[in-house]
Design a binder for this molecule. Structure first.
Ligand SMILES: Nc1nc2c([nH]c(=O)n2[C@H]2C[C@H](O)[C@@H](COP(=O)(O)OP(=O)(O)OP(=O)(O)O)O2)c(=O)[nH]1
Length: 252
């Protein structure tokens, strides 16, 4: 039985507020709930009757006290978080907010703080953030990621960064150009990931397995990411993920 088989999903949002001129990002220190004691963007569950975009704007107001201006508000990508032996996936719609109105303020759930791009506290964030946040900050085209978590601690000896990588890139000519890169660590078994070449996208697809790409478990999180898959440079942001983990539709 596949421990990552999904039977349903929850729809969540995440907003990253960015000051392009100052090269800073606004993060919130989560004081309680899921992901407590980690720095993160602002977001939460989409409520019945809301679109993900409406849910994202509401959560930003509730958690940081500010209203994103429509002209600076964009969808950056879609992430699916999967947890071992949990059949409910978290479909998370990620947005960028480049301008806002209102006064940033702390609430009972989040303590906001600006960080220079160079000082983002990745070791106190969800482990997957170091994979996709740099893509978002470089203002690259939309991305789609699947992040697989297990409930076990990482060992102290895990190296700080990628080591002994073997990389292969292949390009196939279909309706769109699809480059597939598989990265594996020396100690891990490569995972083969299929990139759906019939979708109208040009993407760079990366998969990585095993335990050697982060410095350790987030300080308070009980989860360890052991594998991820990311597709970049999509022509449009994904709108919905199917329960088999593939992109079901794109935003118009
Ligand atoms: N950066 C990052 N954010 C994540 C990860 N996993 C994950 O659920 N999130 C985000 C998505 C949501 O914004 C938030 C979890 O939503 P939640 O519903 O538990 O949020 P909440 O405690 O604020 O609850 P609520 O306001 O909806 O009632 O954490 C992750 O791996 N990385």
């Amino acid at each position: 039985m596949d421990p990552f088989r999904l039977t349903s999903k929850k729809v969540l949002t995440l907003v990253m507020v960015i000051d392009k001129e100052q090269q800073k990002i606004l993060l919130g220190y989560k004081k309680r709930g899921f992901g407590a004691h980690l720095w993160n963007g602002f977001g939460g569950k989409v409520e019945p009757g809301e679109t993900p975009q409406q849910g994202a704007l509401r959560e930003l107001e509730e958690e940081a006290g500010i209203t994103a201006k429509p002209e600076g508000f964009q969808k950056a990508g879609l992430l699916l978080f999967l947890f071992e032996n949990d059949p409910v996936g978290l479909e998370t719609h990620v947005y960028k907010a480049y301008s806002y109105q209102g006064q940033i303020r702390e609430c009972d759930e989040m303590r906001p703080q600006w960080f220079n791009f160079a000082d983002i506290p990745y070791d106190q964030m969800w482990e997957d953030d170091r994979i996709w946040l740099p893509i978002l900050l470089k203002e690259q085209a939309p991305f789609f990621g699947r992040m697989y978590f297990k409930r076990r601690p990482l060992e102290e000896s895990v190296p700080d960064q990628l080591t002994n990588l073997s990389t292969s890139t292949s390009t196939t000519s279909t309706a769109a150009t699809t480059a597939t890169t598989t990265i594996t660590t020396a100690s891990a078994t490569p995972v083969v990931v299929e990139t759906n070449s019939s979708t109208p996208i040009a993407s760079l697809s990366k998969t990585m397995t095993a335990t050697s790409f982060t410095p350790g478990q987030p300080k308070s999180g009980p989860f360890t990411m052991f594998e991820y898959h990311i597709e970049q440079n999509l022509l449009a942001p994904p709108k919905e993920i199917a329960l088999d983990g593939t992109i079901a539709s794109f935003e118009n």
